[in-house]
Design a protein around this ligand. Structure first.
Ligand code: ZN
Ligand code: FE
Length: 256
C-alpha cells in the first residue's frame, strides 16, 4: 500500500494524503474533501494534521471542512490567510509526525508566505519527500504574485540544495505544458524530450505526473537551470546573472 496517495482535483490540482503509521495520516493542500474522506474511510485512518503550502483557495478550500470533520491540526506559515490555522510555523521548524520529521522550508515567491514541507530521509522510509505547493512544479515554477524574481530564485535555490534523490510532490499538474515550455527554451535537451513523451503517456492513462526527483528537475526544469550555460546561451544572454536569467524565463512563461 502506498504511503502517499495523490488525489487529482479541480482538473489540475494535486492533493496528498500521507499515511505515516498504521492508523494516522496527514493531508497536504486539500482544496476538496471527497478524495481525502474516501481514503480515510477505506484505510480506517484518522486525519491528524493538515499542512498548507499557501493560502490560495485551490490549496486550502477544504481545510475548514476537514478540520470540522476530523478535529485535526492545521499548520502553515500564514497566520491571517489560512483558514482555521492552529500553528504558524517558520523556516527550519520541525514537525513531528509519528516517527517521521517534516521540516518547514520557507519559500516566498509565489506568495509572501509560501512554504514547502520536507519529510527528512530515514532508513525506514527512504529518500526525503518534498511537497512544493505552487513554488516548484515538475519542469516549472509558480507565478510571482507577491514577490520579486530574486526572492523566488533564492527559494528555488534552497530547494535545489536538497539531495538529488528527494521525491517531489507539487501542487498542480502543469507538467505537459511546463515541459513544452522547457523544450521551447532548450530544443536539444534530450531529457526534456523524453520526459515530455512520458508525461503525455501518463496523462493519457489518467496517472499523476508526480513524483519527480530533484535530479530530474536539475536536468529538465528550465527555471532551476537558470545558472547553466545551456539556458543562458539559449536566451542569448551568456553573461547574465542567474537571477536575471530566471526573471527572463518567468516573463516568457507568463506569455507562453
Ligand atoms: Zn497558488
Ligand atoms: Fe495553486
Amino acid at each position: 500500500m502506498d504511503r502517499i496517495v495523490t488525489i487529482q482535483a479541480f482538473g489540475d490540482n494535486y492533493i496528498y494524503l500521507c499515511q505515516y503509521d498504521e492508523h494516522h495520516g496527514f493531508a497536504v493542500d486539500p482544496c476538496e474533501s471527497t478524495g481525502i474522506l474516501d481514503i480515510l474511510q477505506e484505510r480506517q485512518l484518522d486525519l491528524k494534521l493538515i499542512l498548507a503550502t499557501h493560502h490560495h483557495w485551490d490549496h486550502v478550500g477544504a481545510v475548514a471542512e476537514l478540520k470540522g470533520h476530523a478535529g485535526c491540526r492545521v499548520i502553515g506559515c500564514d497566520k491571517r490567510r489560512i483558514p482555521g490555522i492552529d500553528s504558524v510555523v517558520a523556516d527550519g521548524q520541525i514537525i513531528e509526525v509519528g516517527d517521521d520529521k517534516v521540516q518547514v522550508i520557507a519559500t516566498p515567491g509565489h506568495t509572501r508566505t509560501s512554504a514547502c514541507y520536507y519529510m527528512l530521509p530515514s532508513r525506514a522510509t527512504g529518500p526525503g519527500i518534498l511537497w512544493t505547493g505552487d513554488t516548484l512544479f515538475v519542469a516549472g515554477c509558480g507565478r510571482l504574485l507577491e514577490c520579486d524574481a530574486q526572492t523566488m530564485w533564492d527559494s528555488l535555490q534552497k530547494l535545489a540544495s536538497l539531495p538529488d534523490d528527494t521525491l517531489i510532490y507539487c501542487g498542480h499538474n502543469y507538467t505537459v505544458e511546463d515541459l513544452e515550455f522547457a523544450l521551447s527554451i532548450e530544443p536539444d535537451n534530450q531529457a526534456v524530450r523524453q520526459q515530455l513523451r512520458q508525461a503525455i503517456r501518463m496523462q493519457e492513462e489518467g496517472d499523476p505526473t508526480v513524483p519527480s526527483t530533484m535530479a530530474q528537475e536539475k536536468k529538465t526544469n528550465p527555471f532551476l537551470r537558470s545558472d547553466t550555460p545551456e539556458v543562458k546561451n539559449a536566451l542569448k544572454i551568456p553573461d547574465a546573472q542567474a537571477v536575471d536569467v530566471f526573471a527572463e524565463l518567468r516573463r516568457r512563461k507568463d506569455f507562453f
